[in-house]
Design a protein around this ligand. Structure first.
Ligand SMILES: C[S@@+](CC[C@H](N)C(=O)[O-])C[C@H]1O[C@@H](n2cnc3c(N)ncnc32)[C@H](O)[C@@H]1O
Length: 249
């Protein structure tokens, strides 16, 4: 599927996505993924950050609020970037760009790169990893949240007649092809890849893997977000913390 058709899907989803983000209503972000993502980012004070597939800019604003010196959010979807621009401060800016080609960014100019649920959207994840590696300074880090490969393989819960969740069946794991989902009523294409394919892509780009986290919910988070109970049962998401070696140019 070509990039223009993929982008049209995101343009269709953008109004509902932006509304949900602005209302803080996406519990998998606020109740599950933000914590391990922010922990993996560590102290961002004074850092130059690039966010690949930033959407309406929520995580860029979080990092700017935490003291990042400069955050540039990149997204191919114009309505997302327009929404992000509405809320920008003097430390975050936004640009319409395909994160598989960062040729407009100079080599070795960022301390930290983010990909928050974007790599599953990319036909060419190797290009994104290579480009992020290039624009990071030696010692720079790339923090990625993605759909867990075990869930991106199949996706849906099997339910009883009264909607109780029974189980997710893992299937077609080694079939690294497109998957179609319905998100907020809009058809969306993702690209499934196995765990070893992702790991090989990171290593081939030159990264070292510092950590891999499979987020689940704590009892405290469950009290606030009871709808996240399935996070105790299956791994929906994964966070990778990568580093560019210090001796690399
Ligand atoms: C799942 S959303 C995540 C948005 C944001 N990171 C967040 O956590 O709210 C994925 C985003 O990636 C963007 N995207 C998809 N393919 C892209 C590409 N090739 N280059 C740049 N952005 C892309 C979409 O437009 C969408 O905004």
């Amino acid at each position: 599927m070509n990039q223009e058709i993929l982008n049209q899907e995101w343009i269709g989803l953008a109004p509902a996505w932006i509304k949900e983000a602005r209302e803080g209503a996406n519990s998998t972000r606020t109740g599950l993924l933000d914590k391990p993502m922010l922990e993996a980012c560590g102290n961002v004070e004074g850092l130059r950050v690039v966010d690949c597939g930033c959407g309406e800019g929520r995580f860029c604003r979080l990092l700017a609020d935490r003291g990042a010196a400069y955050v540039v959010g990149l997204d191919l979807c114009v309505p997302m970037i327009e929404a992000a621009m509405e809320m920008r401060s003097d430390r975050d800016e936004y640009r319409v760009a395909d994160v598989q080609d960062l040729s407009f960014l100079a080599n070795g100019t960022f301390d930290l790169a983010i990909s928050y649920l974007n790599q599953c959207d990319l036909p060419d994840v190797d290009a994104n990893n290579r480009e992020v590696f290039r624009v990071l300074k030696p010692g720079g880090r790339f923090i990625i949240a993605n759909l867990h490969p075990m869930r991106s393989a199949v996706g849906t819960w099997h339910r009883t007649a009264d909607e109780e969740k029974l189980h997710v069946i893992l299937d077609r794991y080694f079939d690294e092809t497109e998957r179609r989902w319905t998100v907020m009523g809009v058809e969306l294409t993702n690209f499934h890849r196995s765990l070893s394919t992702y790991v090989r892509s990171f290593l081939n780009a030159g990264f070292r893997i510092a950590d891999i986290v499979e987020p689940t919910v704590t009892p405290e988070q469950l009290k606030v977000y009871p709808q996240l109970d399935d996070e105790l049962r299956v791994p929906n998401f994964i966070v990778y913390a990568l580093g560019k070696p210090r001796n690399d140019r």
